[in-house]
Design a protein around this ligand. Structure first.
Ligand code: 13P
Length: 252
């Protein structure tokens, strides 16, 4: 059965102290008021992972890194390996975010290495895909997203694909206040699910959670999450305010 997931991506925000305070507030709200059937994930900077994992109830609030090294270990100054991430208590790794693809030139080849290492360490990848505005305007977004998936997660066997959460985040909707319309989001997620059904099987497609991300807020989450193929959200700005994040968790 598809899980409902609301994952926050704090990006490059908060000091460790601020992050722990935010995590504690989210944890408290989730334990007292959060929908029980929603998986909650906090995607924090690497520096915060251990303290945040220690501050939350791991049975209700999961912790994610926003990236990981493409190598298991060794002489890679400044990199953080998946086993290091795992040792903090984090259980998810966000991979392939458009900001990493765009600003840090992450390619499908690099992402395949990161995916393999993440799966090997038994952490859950939240694998991001999504097109730029020019692609949307040209009407070629489906081909573009298909290619992103064909070159990466669709190379994996079904038993590995089943361990991945997919997040569709149109770049033009990230941090812009311009959310994809509910129909645009639903159409793309249904398209992705259809691809999985045709490449793997409809059973596999029905097991995989696919999230929408991009200016998701308490004001629009309910409508987005009411769509048949939208299994939750990857939330940037609104995940930095505990009350807003709770409203999104409870938007189903
Ligand atoms: P915003 O919710 O701030 O638009 O960010 C979305 C995002 O990039 C989450 O990964």
């Amino acid at each position: 059965m598809r899980k409902k997931i609301v994952a926050g991506n704090w990006k490059c925000n908060t000091t460790v102290k601020e992050g722990v305070e935010l995590a504690k507030s989210v944890n408290e709200l989730v334990l007292s008021q959060g929908a029980k059937d929603v998986v909650v994930v906090l995607g924090t900077p690497f520096t915060h992972l251990t303290s945040v994992a220690d501050a939350v109830d791991a049975t209700r609030v999961n912790v994610a890194s926003q990236n990981c090294a493409a190598e298991a270990k060794g002489a890679f100054t400044g990199e953080v390996s998946v086993s290091m991430v795992k040792s903090t208590g984090a259980t998810y790794v966000i991979l392939g975010h458009s900001e990493r693809r765009e600003y840090y030139h992450e390619t499908s080849e690099t992402l395949n290495k990161k995916l393999a290492l993440t799966l090997e360490q038994e952490l859950t990848p939240i694998y991001c895909c999504g097109e730029a505005l020019s692609i949307r305007e040209a009407g070629t977004q489906n081909q573009f997203v298909k290619q992103q998936l064909d070159e990466t997660i669709f190379l994996l066997p079904a038993e590995q694909l089943l361990k991945i959460v997919i997040a569709y985040e149109p770049i033009w909707a990230i941090g812009t206040g311009v959310t994809a319309s509910t129909q645009q989001a639903q159409d793309m997620l249904a398209f992705i699910r259809g691809l999985i059904a045709s490449k793997y099987s409809s059973e596999v497609a029905e097991e995989i959670s696919i999230l929408y991300g991009g200016s998701c807020s308490p004001a629009n989450a309910n409508e987005l999450f009411s769509q048949p193929d939208i299994d939750g959200g990857l939330i940037g700005g609104a995940s930095l305010k505990a009350a807003d994040f709770l409203s999104i968790i409870n938007a189903y």
